[in-house]
Design a protein around this ligand. Structure first.
Ligand code: CP
Ligand code: NVA
Length: 307
């Protein structure tokens, strides 16, 4: 039997493996109820230390569609919420479930879970990464543009958050040219940026960090942004003042490729990181993107658990 695999950050999948998961997602999306590898049923625990709409729904629906049973646990109701060690939780869950999906705070917590787990652990968002979202985003870009390698994706806004880091790693893995535009105080973690550059060197992609939003938007195929205040952060006014020049609006979109598509992982704050005109306009693919969480995660779980 092959060693247990986890998906804790985007570079836990090699370029070939990422493509395999995206191909599987495309196949499963075409015939949504035909793939039931979790029949039996296998149970998947889905744990939340933070709020969620899309992640909660897409994992619950997806696990059921795979023929399995989702077990949704909110941190407040578990013993972890009262201080039971993460590792002990992993050992207990591993004896009963086929996989553990967790949305939590620090990446160190999900690494601790994986270190003691005998079943795959999946990152459903940490402070550092949101890799399931990026799989859905890549699926969406591939559907719209036919390919990922060689496409330019520009992320504007908080360059130090989980989405920015995951675009860097996941986009580089896919051979994309990833540009992140952010003020100096909101730029990506240097270690993650270096790792993304290392991956890009093997895939023909590239990673670039800029402070100039117009230069970052010029000619790009994909414009992406995210909230300026991630869960667990404060200082909304200060952040909004610093990040306003990076708002995704018609002026910046006008500099992009004429057929640019606009991504936002949601929830969105219209008038802050993106204008209503852009997110509700013809270039926006955000509803496909939200639906693709379902297809991408079904494929990922299938790949991790029932390969
Ligand atoms: N995009 C995303 O992860 O949404 P939720 O926070 O609603 O799960
Ligand atoms: N960066 C955001 C993503 C929400 C899906 C957050 O962490 O709150």
């Amino acid at each position: 039997m092959s060693a247990v695999r986890h998906f804790l950050r985007d570079d836990d999948l090699t370029p070939a493996e990422q493509a395999e998961v995206l191909d599987l997602a495309e196949t499963m999306k075409k015939d949504r109820f035909a793939h039931r590898p979790f029949e039996g049923p296998k149970t998947v625990a889905v744990l939340f230390d933070k709020h969620s709409t899309r992640t909660r729904v897409s994992f619950a629906v997806g696990i059921a569609e795979l023929g399995g049973q989702p077990l949704i646990i909110d941190a407040g109701g578990s013993q972890m919420g009262r201080g039971e060690p993460v590792e002990d939780t992993a050992r207990v869950l591993s004896r009963q479930v086929a996989a553990i999906v967790w949305r939590t705070f620090g990446q160190d917590r999900i690494e601790a879970m994986a270190s003691a787990s005998a079943v795959p652990v999946v990152n459903a968002l940490t402070d550092e990464f949101h890799p399931c979202q990026i799989l859905a985003d890549l699926l969406t870009v591939r559907e719209r543009r036919g390919t990922l390698a060689g496409q330019t994706l520009t992320y504007l806004g908080d360059g130090a958050n989980n989405m920015a880091h995951s675009y860097l790693l996941g986009g580089a893995t896919a051979g994309m040219h990833v540009r992140v535009a952010a003020p100096a105080a909101y730029q990506p973690d240097a270690l993650i940026l270096n790792r993304a550059a290392e991956i890009a060197a093997t895939t023909g992609g590239s990673v670039t960090v800029l402070t100039d939003p117009a230069a970052a938007a010029a000619g790009t195929h994909v414009l992406a942004t995210d909230t300026w205040v991630s869960m667990g952060q404060d200082g909304k006014d200060e952040r909004a003042a610093a990040l306003m020049p990076y708002q995704v609006n018609s002026e910046l979109a006008g500099l992009a490729a004429p057929d640019v598509i606009v991504l936002h992982c949601l929830p969105a704050y219209r008038g802050l990181e993106i204008t209503a005109e852009l997110i509700d306009g013809p270039r926006s693919v955000v509803w496909d993107q939200a639906e693709n969480r379902l297809h991408a995660q079904k494929a990922l779980l299938h790949w991790l658990v029932a390969r």
